[in-house]
Design a protein around this ligand. Structure first.
Ligand code: PGA
Length: 254
């Protein structure tokens, strides 16, 4: 069965102390992760060591970075390389979040480089895709998302694509309180899977985890995660509240 993942995306929130307190509070609340389930915490770079110390030793719990450089190393002041992250035992990196696409001009071509450098360093990219509101309103979201996937992932080998996690995050649902309906999420996830299958074959497509992101909370997680092609969520706002995130972990499909 595909991996089911509850991934927290803290974005640029919380002080170190607040982050520590949040991880302690989550650890203290009852939650179980089955063999095919994972909880991932995508924390700001300076908190990676702290988060590793708090939860890194737990079974099926991982610390992730929210971004990485497309370059291997060198004179790139302020950047963080995948090699650095790997040296800190970081297994996952969020790549191409819509906020990075929008505010930091990250395009499909650059994101293909970031995906490559992650995979070359045995680090799993959580590759984000998703359409803005005007695209959804013009009913061209499938073409839009297909282009994102094609331009950033279709150069990969079958072996490499198997190590990618995809997160579908409709931009109009991020931080807005507006969630895609479970039907809208399922429809797009099935489309993403079929698009991956068209290039890499059904077996590979069936094994890739596709997370939904956009105003996931405890109140809607069970319904969204129960959709056949939804394999968990990438969660922003609700991941900053211990009770919420624990409930979201517990909502993962069994
Ligand atoms: P949200 O953010 O859950 O606050 O909508 C999701 C994300 O941007 O990953």
């Amino acid at each position: 069965m595909r991996k089911q993942i509850a991934a927290a995306n803290w974005k640029m929130n919380l002080t170190l102390k607040e982050g520590e307190a949040l991880l302690d509070a989550i650890s203290a609340k009852p939650h179980t992760l089955l063999a095919n389930q994972e909880a991932i915490f995508a924390v700001p770079f300076p908190y990676i060591s702290m988060a590793q110390a708090k939860v890194g030793a737990k079974t099926n719990v991982f610390v992730a970075a929210q971004n990485c450089s497309d370059k291997a190393s060198g004179a790139y002041t302020g950047e963080v390389s995948v090699t650095m992250l790997q040296s800190m035992c970081v297994k996952y990196v969020v790549i191409g979040h819509s906020e990075r696409r929008e505010y930091f001009n990250e395009n499909n071509e650059l994101l293909a480089q970031k995906v490559n450098i992650c995979l070359e360093n045995k680090t799993t990219p959580i590759f984000c895709c998703g359409e803005p509101l005007e695209i959804r309103e013009s009913a061209t979201q499938n073409e839009y998302v297909a282009k994102q996937l094609t331009e950033s992932l279709f150069h990969l080998s079958e072996e490499s694509i198997a190590h990618v996690v995809i997160a579908y995050e409709p931009i109009w649902a991020i931080g807005t309180g507006k969630t895609a309906s479970s039907e809208q999420a399922q429809e797009m996830h099935a489309f993403i899977r079929s698009h991956i299958a068209s290039k890499f074959g059904q077996t590979i497509a069936d094994a890739i985890s596709i997370l939904y992101g956009g105003s996931v909370k405890s109140a809607n997680a069970v319904e969204i995660f129960s959709q056949p092609d939804v394999d968990g969520g990438l969660v922003g706002g609700a991941s900053l509240i211990a009770d919420e995130f624990v409930a979201i972990i517990n909502a993962l499909k069994k």
